[in-house]
Design a protein around this ligand. Sequence first.
Ligand code: ZN
Length: 213
Amino acid sequence: MQFINIHNHNKQCTNLALINLFPEDVAAIEETKFYSVGIHPWEVSKIDIDEQINTIKKAASLKNVLAIGEIGLDKLHSNFDLQKDVFLKQINIAKEVEKPIIIHCVKAFSELLEILKTEKLKIPVIIHRYSGNITIAGELLKFGCYLSFGHELFNTKSKTPKVFKKLPLENIFLETDDAEITIEAVYKKAAEIKNVTVTEINEKILSNFNICF
Ligand SMILES: [Zn+2]
């Protein structure tokens, strides 16, 4: 069985994975693999933004760059206004090439919802490593967002497994991100929480993938 891994940082990954690259790494793009490319909100103050935006514009038109990401907002990091500015610039690129966005959002869900409200996006929106509560999840689902989950599903002290359990399978993806974990293990855990078989969850995510990409 092949498992779709919607977000991971391992350039060697051989699964059906979207390998996330920062603009400075686009030279690593190989024709046989799939990618998301974007400026991470943690990086906005350290980089030449215009130069990296241009790199993303070029990469975005490549056939195997399937999404713009990870992009977004993080309240635990500085330069929030600049983060927002860079986020909006990258949303515009995604709109132009009509490709999905993969979002990193930490403690900034009200700002994200505000952006979703004004942007009225027609492109798929995937929130990776979703960390919010069930109420915010419900708000995001109203905008047709997909929420992706990874190693937090194993954390019994976190609210994430409970949130995941309540969400419709039509709106979820699974990922390894930068965790030392296999995507097979994440699917197994997700199936266990949802009380379905790994095959069922795999088929559902494959269908979500086909809708988005
Ligand atoms: Zn990541």
